[in-house]
Design a protein around this ligand. Structure first.
Ligand code: SAH
Length: 394
């Protein structure tokens, strides 16, 4: 049993799932990853949580009720996984790649599972989820749903260190396959476990790829293109597509992905350029280059509250340069995946860029993360991706 302060109890009653260390009413001697009953200062039970001895988020709620023993806990995990899979069956269309389990949003805090066709990739981000018995239960439940050819674990060294987890290189947890080809919206991509960013691809943009492709036309520039997510969707309708990224391995994969899709591409030219996006946009703008469609999908510039100011300058500069390079009637698809920058803040910075560029911008669509990355209404931290599609006038 652990007691939390009144303000934490109020947060939990409002549906949030976290208790910060500073809100624990007593010093805790719980074991890392322990399951614990949570109480308010009056002695009322608030539910069951998983404890972390390392994170500032000391408790993550796993159930509003009691979880009797180890067997009940494992049964709960199985039920949650089956419910998460069922939810995706309803909301995912036209893709064999999507997020199967999204941590808090699927009531499995600390667990991420992504599906790439017949290969599943799992990430355990907390002490509780990293326990071998827990992972075994997760793998067994996933096996019942998908009969995957491989289940791989992806280790995030930065998070493992923060969470005081032993070093690990990840690897196969079940089956033998760790590379495959997956399809999103009819576009095919190579997948190789252990490579690239996140668990391999930016699945949260899947619906935005399709939306961007509906408006895109003419000559297109995909800035921060990674392995070609937006660019290859655009290549099916645009005349030419230029993808820009600073990562050579990402561009090499983009090139291989382009080969996979060449038969269905309408673009006369698809090129990949290794460059710093800020420098390249400056050079291209100075050279008077113009485009009909520009995509901006930078990495999270604001990684914490304190870096929001610097991040805003980055977003402003990128959007300003992109707007200036668009022909009248052009399309700007601009994204931010920084949780610390709100949607209102993002709209404001893009509006300021449009004003400085003396361009009128109309909002065609205000979008977010794909539905397989659900936003839990009571947990604002589960909402992070913003994607605006703008029609840019003269
Ligand atoms: N649009 C991509 C995801 C982009 S992730 C998709 O949908 O798949 C951000 C990308 O920005 C990464 O590939 C990273 O290599 C690249 N990047 C980071 N800083 C950069 C910079 N200064 N210039 C160019 N690319 C950069």
């Amino acid at each position: 049993m652990i007691e939390v302060r009144a303000r934490a109890a109020a947060r939990l009653r409002a549906g949030h799932l976290w208790v910060y260390r500073s809100d624990l009413a007593s010093a805790s001697n719980l074991a890392p990853g322990a399951r614990v009953t949570v109480r308010d200062p009056r002695g009322n039970t608030l539910g069951t949580a998983l404890y972390s001895s390392a994170s500032q988020i000391a408790l993550r709620m796993i159930s509003p009720g009691p979880v009797a023993d180890e067997a009940a806990f494992h049964q709960l995990i199985r039920e949650r996984i089956h419910a998460a899979v069922e939810y995706r069956r309803r909301v995912v269309e036209g893709s064999d790649a999507y997020r199967v389990v999204f941590s808090e949003a699927d009531s499995l805090p600390g667990l991420i599972v992504d599906r790439y066709n017949d290969v599943l990739c799992l990430q355990a981000l907390t002490q509780a989820m990293d326990q071998p018995e827990v992972k075994a239960t997760v793998v067994a439940a996933l096996g019942e749903e998908f009969s995957p050819a491989g289940v791989v674990e992806r280790a995030d060294p930065r998070i493992r260190k923060l969470e005081h987890l032993p070093e690990s290189h990840g690897g196969l947890l079940a089956g033998e396959k760790d590379a495959t080809i997956f399809t999103m919206n009819g576009v095919r991509f190579h997948y190789r476990a252990g490579e690239g960013q996140k668990t391999g691809a930016f699945l949260d943009q899947r619906e935005n790829y399709a939306a961007a492709a509906r408006y895109a036309r003419g000559q297109a520039l995909d800035v921060f293109c990674y392995q070609g997510g937006f660019a290859l969707h655009l290549a099916r309708g645009c005349e030419s597509v230029t993808g820009v990224d600073s990562s050579r391995p990402a561009l090499e994969m983009a090139e291989r992905n382009e080969e996979l899709n060449r038969a269905s591409s309408s673009a006369k030219e698809v090129e990949w350029i290794e460059a710093n996006a800020f420098d390249l946009l400056k050079d291209y703008a100075a050279a008077g280059r113009q485009y009909d469609t520009v995509i901006l999908d930078p990495p999270a510039f604001a990684k914490s509250k304190t870096t929001v100011e610097t991040a805003l300058r980055g977003y402003k500069e990128l959007n300003l340069r992109a707007l200036k390079m668009l022909r009248p009637g052009g399309i700007l698809v601009t994204c931010s995946c920084s949780y610390h920058l709100s949607e209102a803040g993002f709209l404001e910075v893009v509006a300021a860029a449009a004003a400085d560029a003396h361009r009128t911008a109309r909002v065609l669509e205000k979008r977010g993360q794909a539905k397989d990355h659900p936003i839990l209404l009571a947990v604002p931290e589960t909402s992070y991706l913003k994607c605006l599609i703008l029609a840019v006038g003269s």
